[in-house]
Design a protein around this ligand. Structure first.
Ligand SMILES: *[C@@H]1O[C@H](CO)[C@@H](O)[C@H](O)[C@H]1NC(C)=O
Length: 316
């Protein structure tokens, strides 16, 4: 790790996904359609929430922010992945790589913090229904959103500055489909102990704490519903919280598996497939799981777009 060739690297090569050449087009079409669904689904939610005044409540404002975050999160990685699948030399300039890493971390954290805010909102709504409007005031909602943005930007900046300080030598091939921080660290020829330590500690704070808070609030929700057991109550609990919990566990499960329990044998294929789950699949599923099955959202669709959308919403 000492004095090797110290010419600074000007670009990286992204190896992309472990796909056979004959399946390249199939996967291109698949990712392109998933990306379009993500963009359209999330844009539809943002527009509906913006246009329909019935939806100007904390729950939907947070959801609008989550949709915005999902939209940006998938736009950080998928367009570049699609471009690289079509090009002979899948390269990315050094600055582009760091920018991608910054925004990737930014929106991944934002997603995590917003999921906490949404779980807290549901917790207050279900466990303290009479105090809901006083506790979840527009002011608190705005503060939660602003706090999430500030924390997420500082956290991403910290990691980015720690990576800028590293030097990269001759090896510039990233065995991944985007500039993922731990793949980048493996290429550095300076000491990365500090980076790894900070990833571990901050990862614990930014990912595990929100995950436990979310889990805690859903446990409270379930126990408060089960205190008055009725078939309807239980059905409602499972239909609203069950789907939320599945997104939450998909998102956090893969991230925790990747960053906090890295595989010893460098199984890059497994890492890449897991990364696909939270970069491509969760941003696409979130709008459907959180809102489009929901009665208020269907009502808003009808109010905003008029009768034209009856066909549209029946299909959901
Ligand atoms: C995000 O939340 C804030 C504060 O509640 C709200 O004013 C804003 O409209 C939301 N953004 C979106 C895109 O829904």
């Amino acid at each position: 790790m000492t004095e090797r060739n110290q010419t600074p690297i000007s670009e990286f090569l992204l190896l992309g996904l472990p796909i056979q050449p004959e399946h390249q087009n199939l996967f291109y079409a698949l990712f392109l359609s998933m990306y379009l669904i993500t963009v359209l689904g999330n844009l539809l939610i943002i527009i509906l929430i913006h246009l329909d005044s019935h939806l100007h409540t904390p729950m939907y404002l947070l959801l609008g922010n989550l949709s915005f975050s999902d939209l940006c999160f998938s736009s950080v990685t998928i367009p570049k992945l699609l471009q690289n699948m079509q090009s002979q030399v899948p390269s990315i300039p050094y600055a582009g790589c760091l920018t991608q890493m910054y925004f990737f971390l930014c929106f991944a954290d934002l997603e995590s913090f917003l999921l906490v805010a949404m779980a807290y909102d549901r917790y207050v709504a279900i466990c303290f229904p009479l105090h809901y409007t006083t506790i979840m005031s527009p002011k608190l909602c705005l503060s939660l959103v602003v706090l999430s943005w500030v924390l997420t930007m500082l956290h991403a900046l910290l990691h980015t500055l720690l990576v800028v300080r590293l030097s990269f030598c001759s090896d510039n091939v990233i065995p991944h489909f985007f500039c993922e921080i731990s793949a980048l660290l493996k290429l550095a020829c300076s000491n990365t102990h500090v980076n790894e330590l900070v990833i571990f500690i901050m990862g614990g704070l930014v990912i595990v704490t929100p995950f436990l808070l979310i889990l805690g609030s859903y446990v409270q929700i379930f126990s408060s519903i089960l205190k008055v057991p009725s078939a309807r109550g239980i059905h409602k609990a499972f239909s609203t919280c069950g789907s939320h919990l599945s997104v939450v566990s998909l998102f956090y499960g893969t991230i925790i598996g990747l960053y906090l329990c890295p595989s010893a044998n460098n199984s890059t294929v497994k890492d890449t497939v897991m990364a696909l789950m939270y970069t491509v699949v969760t941003p696409m599923l979130n709008p459907f799981i959180y809102s489009l099955r929901n009665r208020d959202m269907k009502g808003a669709l009808r109010r905003v777009f008029g009768k034209k959308t009856i066909l549209f919403s029946v299909s959901w």
